[in-house]
Write a protein that binds this ligand. Structure first.
Ligand code: SF4
Length: 202
């Protein structure tokens, strides 16, 4: 293996280790071309619609969308797929936001470390709306309302959905078990579920 490849693998191992120490259950490597992008997924944010549609610059219609995401994949060397497992009931409880904020913190931490290691175009993606997760008690997103700075730049990251990422299929491509294991949490059902994020190393 060439010296540069050895260095790259060493950096990726550090990023994965630190993400697990920060709260990820597991992080897997995936060639960027194997991320499943489907423009239809992004359209669901608008119709049938998400209550957070348009509420922050991290969600449609303010994000660049599937085509720009595909272009970003083309410039990326590797994707890190992050999964945090939680009891299903947690995702239907008051603790849901806490778990989602942890997801944003973990992927943003990977992105920050990757940039520090020299992968300057690296980008992190999470799930959920940063308005709902970080600015729930504010009437507006500070960026959209007045052109101000984000209140949480170190943590808030865009949602994968707005870029058309089919999360369940992408997890499957990353080897996180079959479709059944990657299905959404079901209210009232016991068992373990998950939330997932993604970091493109570029
Ligand atoms: S100010 Fe709040 S809602 Fe706006 S981008 Fe930042 S975290 Fe998201």
């Amino acid at each position: 293996m060439a010296l540069l490849e050895v260095e790259f693998e060493r950096h990726i191992a550090v990023l994965i280790r630190d993400a697990c120490l920060a709260g990820a259950t597991e992080v897997r490597k995936l060639p960027p071309r194997e991320i499943v992008v489907d423009a239809q997924m992004a359209s669901y944010c608008r119709e049938p619609g998400c209550p957070n549609y348009g509420m922050s610059p991290s969600c449609p219609p303010h994000v660049a969308g599937p085509e720009a995401f595909k272009a970003l994949l083309g410039r990326s060397s590797l994707a890190l797929v992050v999964r945090i497992e939680v009891p299903s009931a947690v995702l239907f409880s008051e603790e849901r936001r806490e778990v989602m904020r942890l997801l944003h913190e973990v992927v943003a931490g990977i992105e920050r470390s990757a940039v520090r290691l020299g992968y300057r175009e690296s980008k992190a993606f999470a799930g959920g709306s940063c308005k709902d997760l970080f600015c729930l008690n504010h009437a507006d997103c500070q960026v959209l309302a007045g052109g101000g700075h984000c209140r949480n730049p170190e943590f808030a990251r865009p949602s994968m959905s707005g870029f058309g990422v089919n999360v369940a299929k992408t997890l499957e491509m990353a080897g996180f078990g079959g479709v059944a294991k990657n299905g959404p949490a079901v209210r009232g059902e016991a068992g373990t579920s998950w939330v997932a994020g993604l970091v493109l190393i570029a």
